[in-house]
Ligand binder design. Structure first.
Ligand SMILES: Cc1ncc(COP(=O)(O)O)c(C=O)c1O
Length: 418
């Protein structure tokens, strides 16, 4: 249950330059398009995240390769920007794979993850693909292709740290149990295929470095038992982004420290014989900060001690993550003065459509723009068209602000497949 009253710092932990950056960009976007909702995404914060991730590197350990988690923010100009940095991409579906190809990623720079790939991978199979297998059935079905096309293969191990976040007593559905992974190794060896990578992905918003340590220790035990060592250890994603909060108001990253994770890597990576690279696939940490959602207040109601702002975008259409997360919310123009408990609603006919409920300035009024921060991860992939069209998306890079996707129109909503 979402508590009714929460206090967030006015800057949500951001330095003032970050809020000024977004206000300036949103003003620039509004100068070209007054209609909301829209997303505004920028390459700059992604570049900053990559600089921060350099904290994880250490002279005494193998180099780290950062894969772009495509599912987190499947946005064409982002893919192009990332590729131009010479960086690789991780995909988990046929459409993501095709998007990566469309945006010019070469085979060796695409890592294929995800469950049940035997459904779609044969349709796009090519020589030399990098594939992390997820199950024995998938492996059996894809093995002839893998052998014929000389794929670079890996195994996803389900460590005991991976469970349903809402019901931790249940495991996730991903990867091999250790005994299955052992059988997979044997099958791949029999087929003369070298297994290059061992992969795990813990979950999202991993609270601290100690969880990675336990998982890496399990992966290590597996390698000892199998008498096999991967060239690449792929620790997946899961780093919590800063400035996102639980419904109780606790920052997800409150206890996470990159230097502590570096120490974990320093302790464990030398124990993996012949390890050539550490791979990471962080989604949220890299891209949450790179986007905002902009909505307009259309109507105001007051009832039972609650002020309600009805806006043209919100949870149902644009921000499903607001079901689990609280993010910074600022306005244009900035409004100050006394605060009252305020619920921010989207336009759909669903009580569920509530972006947040927290104290906000009473001076907010119809026509004001609200800027929902940290909207660069898991907002676009979870968008809906519930009674309305999709939001436009702006992309900012250098001095350039362009439209990455125009707003959905009636024909998009109604036209196809009716
Ligand atoms: C295999 C894999 N890698 C990476 C990620 C990215 O996770 P996050 O955004 O928490 O870093 C996910 C997310 O579900 C995933 O399933």
């Amino acid at each position: 249950m979402r508590p009714a009253l929460q206090k967030f710092p006015a800057d949500f932990g951001h330095p003032p330059r970050v809020l000024a950056f977004w206000r300036r960009l949103v003003r620039a976007a509004l100068a070209t398009r007054t209609d909301t909702p829209f997303f505004l995404c920028s390459a700059e914060p992604i570049a900053e995240a990559l600089v921060e991730l350099q904290e994880l590197a250490g002279a005494a350990q193998p180099p780290i390769r950062h894969w772009l988690s495509c599912k987190t923010q499947p946005l064409a100009p982002l893919l192009r920007w990332w590729r131009r940095q010479g960086r690789p991409i991780e995909v988990v579906s046929e459409f993501e794979y095709r998007a990566a190809r469309h945006e010019g990623f070469v085979t060796e720079n695409i890592l294929i993850n995800g469950p049940a790939k035997h459904r779609w991978l044969p349709r796009v199979a090519a020589p030399g693909l990098r594939v992390n297998f997820d199950s024995l059935r998938e492996l059996k079905e894809l093995l002839p292709l893998a052998k014929q096309l000389q794929w670079h293969v890996g195994l996803r191990l389900r460590t005991s740290l991976e469970h349903d976040p809402e019901h931790p007593e249940f495991p996730t559905q991903f990867g091999f149990e250790a005994a299955e992974a052992m059988a997979a190794l044997k099958a791949l060896r029999r087929a003369d295929l070298k297994v290059e990578a061992l992969h795990f992905h813990l979950r999202t918003n991993v609270p601290g470095a100690a969880v990675y340590e336990e998982a890496i220790a399990e992966a290590h035990s597996f390698c000892v038992a199998a008498n096999w060592w991967p060239a690449f250890l792929d620790c997946g994603g899961g780093l919590p982004p800063r400035h996102t909060f639980s419904p109780g108001g606790k920052a997800f990253a409150a206890e996470f420290s990159l230097p502590a994770l570096r120490k974990v890597f320093r302790r464990w990576l030398p124990r993996f014989q012949g390890l050539r690279e550490l791979w990471l696939e962080n989604g949220r940490f890299v891209s949450a900060r790179s986007g905002v959602l902009v909505v307009t207040v259309l109507d105001v109601k007051e009832r039972a001690g609650l002020r309600q702002l009805i806006c043209d975008g919100g949870r149902t259409l644009n921000a499903l993550v607001s079901n689990w997360e609280e993010h910074g919310l600022i306005s244009l123009p900035p409004r100050s003065g006394p605060q009252v408990l305020t619920a921010v609603h989207g336009p759909t006919c669903m009580a569920f459509d509530q972006l947040t409920r927290r104290p906000l300035a009473r001076s907010l009024r119809p026509g004001d723009r609200l800027i929902w921060l940290e909207a660069g991860a898991y907002h676009l992939p979870w968008e809906t068209q519930f009674s309305h069209g999709r939001a436009a998306v702006f992309w900012h890079e250098g001095d350039n602000l362009s439209v990455a996707r125009s707003a959905g129109e009636f024909a998009d909503w109604w036209g196809r497949g009716r």
